[in-house]
Ligand binder design. Sequence first.
Ligand code: UDP
Ligand code: MN
Length: 650
Amino acid sequence: MRSSAGGSWWFARRTMTLRCRHAPHRWPLLCFWLALFAVAVTVLVTEPFFGDLSRRAPVSCHRAPRPLAPRADLEVLVDSRDPAAGGVSALGFLQDDQLLVAPPTPEKVVPAEGRRVAVAESRGPAGVLEKRGFGDQVSLHPRPAETRHPECLSQRYNASLPTATVVVCFHDEAWSTLLRTVHSVLDTAPPQHLRELLLVDDCSKHGHLKTPLSEYVSRLQVVRLLRSGRRLGVVGCRMLGAARALGNVLIFLDSHCECQQGWLEPLLERIAGDRSRVVSPVLDIVDGRTFQYSATQDSIRGVFDWKLDFHWETLPKQKDAVTSVEPIRSPALGGVLAIDRQFFQKIGAYDPGMVLWGVENIELSIRVWLCGGSMEVIPCSRVGHLHHPHLSYTLPDDDIVERNKIRVAETWLDAYKNIFYKRDTVAYFIWQSESSNCTERLNLQKTLGCKNFQWYLSSVHQDLYIPQDRQGFSGEARLTFTQYFYRIEGLSPAPSFNRLYNVGTGCCADHKKGWAPGDGAMDLSPCSGNGNQHCEMNSQKEVRWGAMGQLCFDVRGERVVLSQCPPKQHTVARLQWNMLKNGHIVHLLSEKCIEAVKTEKTHGAATVVQGNVGKQASDIWVEGGLFLRPCSSDPRQQWHFEQVVNPRRS
Ligand code: UDP
Ligand code: MN
């Protein structure tokens, strides 16, 4: 602000010089008056933009005074980032974690309860507030309906729980969703347990997240705002927050969350009981467009598949009320979690080698389990998480997530990493063409004396199906030099593998769209390279579908469908198949073969393409899919498991 004011003086002086340089000497008085006029005009024109009204009496009664008088320490940092104020970056020379811009002021004004958003007093220029299309009529004080199990309501918690620092990182978050997150924490967390709420700005560009946010936040109790002048990504941003936290327990929330009544206490109590427990609330779903709140079933746990993608898995509902509110052991957790601050630092925080976004939660999960901790979902703690209708930011490059996955594989998966590389072709190629340096994390693993991934599979996530990847039943190695070259040069999409290819139709087995997984019919689609058609046959003669390998080829009538696979070592005859040398896949019980039937719609009618022999397309509807038929030499009964690369290093 001060430098801007200096700029207006410079402008005034320069104006005067220009006017007088060629002025005739006989008109000095006129020149003087002209100069005075120029100064006055300059001050009047520039003051609404640069003037600090708080330090001067208003010049004109017509101009509405700015409702908030920003303090100098906020302005210097915030406005110097704003291109409208000259575009000079004052942050360049500051360290990322020195950017504490909004310490609380002594006299706090917390906006009235339940008030509709009236952000006009702190908004920037019109139109910069909402970049994601949320109207500013959304309440900043969400009041989600009670979704906890009734048993939770009568639970009592220890009065002397550890204190919490809530860390909320954000990058270009919408105003309303960010402030709903803040207020939902302030409205629900008991003050004696909430040490502070740290908002960490990961180099946002939107105007509403600059001065208006600093001003707004400076009036809120226990909220502090940190800003990074460099994009840190989720990992770096959270580590910055953690480094500045004063509470005993760190609670990481996304910048679009709604905390339910009573969410905090059960999390803190579990950690108070054992500092190495890492716990998560049940995440309810908030619709990104309507803000409608939908409860998630009580019994969920976090898991990941062999593509290193994270999922919430629904567990069977518990019969009695007490067990249904008990903590659920969870092989992994998502981004929202609570962890003892010292334990977090002791086990190596997050992996700083991970870039921007993605998989950091899986890395943390494996590390927590292998290096002495545990993870739980706490059914009595509930937090709504907004499902983005459209993200507030996009990743510059899809391969970022792949590189983060490679770090997980190289650091933690031991020999099991081959299973991952077989399911994620893109990661495989990146791994082959780039070197990833995980030495520091491997050293950390040794220092901490962590267990190996075999232990994780046998003691933590016992239900994760371990694919056998048998030669000929999960694909052949087929990488050609040309394919490899194209991929490296970015000329073509990655070749895919581990799919079930049908000779007669030239298509691959796929899951029928619109059918719920686990209940779905098998269909045919053009072979894709994204790994979503993953399919393999194991030594129990099951044909397993998907990266999790938990769905099996089953039969309903004549149709080949998917159903949940039986537990290990419990083979079911109906789910068994034989793969013959001629490409037949024979159902063991019925002795029939899988045949591909493909349909295509033309002119509103179904046309059979390479479908039943001899039938005319126009007058008959044959639904496509995989069917059991008497075995024949028809090429539509010929299949092979296709794998394009063999990722095992020679
Ligand atoms: N985030 C961030 N920097 C980034 C990417 C994300 O600070 O480079 C924040 C983001 O604003 C959000 C949290 O990290 O608060 C998690 O990101 P997101 O909600 O996109 O993850 P998801 O819910 O999709 O897992
Ligand atoms: Mn999120």
